[in-house]
Structures are given as structure tokens and as C-alpha cells.
Design a binder for this molecule. Structure first.
Ligand SMILES: Cc1cc2nc3c(=O)[nH]c(=O)nc-3n(C[C@H](O)[C@H](O)[C@H](O)COP(=O)(O)O)c2cc1C
Length: 185
């Protein structure tokens, strides 16, 4: 079947399947998978191609669990993750919003890459109270901080199940997508 005969909606479906996974089995991850995920991240576009990120791959279970404990409840996906990628962003006066936008793009790409590899991934937001510990555990330089860690692993059966009734996890299209003018259908 040529790609033209498949509907656009069908072709973008893999993106709709990218969801937050917070529970993983203890099956280890291939190093190749983590390399592919971090390559997808580092090839993200960024404002003026600044690439304000560095990516720290974490496979040490002790580190994963320490971060999980320090950042609850946001970091709960790290309780069972077999690996994670911390996004270390540079602190630059006047660039906080731009850097956060770039970081979000890289984070989403990692979720997508994991899903394409039939793995699961989830965002763990590191609250400011937990950032010093994370900086210390990961040996960050003074001018970088970690706000987002992507937990990665093989999802449990339960984590693969839909969390809500089909089609109910987002606001309806009629309330979120408008034609020509806000509210227009
Ligand atoms: C900016 C951002 C921060 C998030 N922070 C966390 C977090 O700290 N911990 C967590 O478990 N999920 C976090 N999430 C995941 C959301 O809770 C999740 O995407 C949302 O509930 C929708 O679920 P779904 O992606 O499975 O459809 C975050 C998502 C975004 C976009």
C-alpha cells in the first residue's frame, strides 16, 4: 500500500500513542535504545540552534531510586525505571523561557522515540527543592540545572493499559481546535 492511500490521521497515529508511562518491569534496556533516544533528543531544533541541553544517561539503579525518593510525587516514574535521561540545561540570564521551550521539545522527542521502540517513558519534573541533590548526584557544573528527567523502561502490562475511556483523555476537538478565529468551527 502506498503511503498516499493511508489517511493523514492514520499516519500520525503513532504520535497519539505517546503517553506518560510511570511503571516499568525490571527487564533491562539495551544500550542501543538509549543511544537512539538521546540521538533523537540532541537532534531537536532549538532557538538559534543554541542546543542549551546536555543529556545525562542514568542506569545506576541507586541513583534512579535516590532521585525518585527525593522528588516525590513528581518523580514516581523513577521508582521502577531501569534507566533515565536527565536534561541538564544551562542557566543564562534572559533565556529561561527560550531554554524551557527547547528542553520541552527534546523531552517530547525522547517520549516519542521510546514509544517508537515499543518502550515506555515518562516525564519526572524535578522541583527546585530536589535540584541540589540531583546536581550533586549527577556531578553537574555550576551553571547547569536539571528540571526534567525522562524515565525509560519496558512498561508493565498495567502501564500499557489505557488510563481512561478511549478518546476521553483530552478535551474534545471542538473545544480545542478552531477555524480562522478563536471559537470558530
Ligand atoms: C511539562 C510537563 C511536566 C510534567 N511533569 C510530570 C511529573 O513531574 N511527573 C509525572 O508523573 N508526570 C508529569 N507529566 C506528565 C503529565 O502528567 C501527563 O502528560 C498528563 O497527565 C497526560 O497524560 P498522558 O500523557 O499519559 O496522556 C508532565 C507533563 C508535562 C508536559
Amino acid at each position: 500500500m502506498s503511503s498516499e492511500s493511508v489517511s493523514p490521521a492514520h499516519r500520525v497515529r503513532p504520535l497519539l500513542r505517546v503517553r506518560q508511562v510511570r511503571e516499568f518491569t525490571d527487564e533491562p534496556l539495551d544500550a542501543d535504545a538509549l543511544d537512539a533516544i538521546t540521538d533523537a533528543a540532541r537532534w531537536s531544533g532549538s532557538s538559534r540552534n543554541n542546543q542549551p541541553w546536555r543529556f545525562v544517561i542514568i542506569r545506576d539503579v541507586k541513583t534512579l531510586r535516590r532521585v525518585a525518593e527525593a522528588g516525590q510525587p513528581q518523580t514516581r516514574a523513577l521508582e521502577t525505571a531501569t534507566a533515565a535521561v536527565a536534561i541538564a540545561v544551562i542557566e543564562e540570564k534572559g533565556s529561561a523561557i527560550s531554554h524551557a521551550f527547547d528542553e520541552g521539545r527534546a523531552a517530547e522527542r525522547m517520549l516519542i522515540a521510546a514509544s517508537l521502540l515499543d518502550l515506555g517513558a515518562g516525564i519526572a519534573w524535578v522541583r527546585s527543592e530536589a535540584r541540589a541533590l540531583v546536581a550533586d548526584l549527577l556531578g553537574l557544573p555550576e551553571d547547569r540545572f536539571v528540571r526534567t528527567i525522562i524515565a525509560v523502561g519496558h512498561p508493565t502490562e498495567a502501564a500499557r493499559e489505557p488510563k481512561t475511556t478511549r478518546g476521553q483523555a483530552r478535551l474534545p476537538r471542538s473545544e480545542t481546535v478552531f477555524a480562522e478565529r478563536y471559537g470558530g468551527d
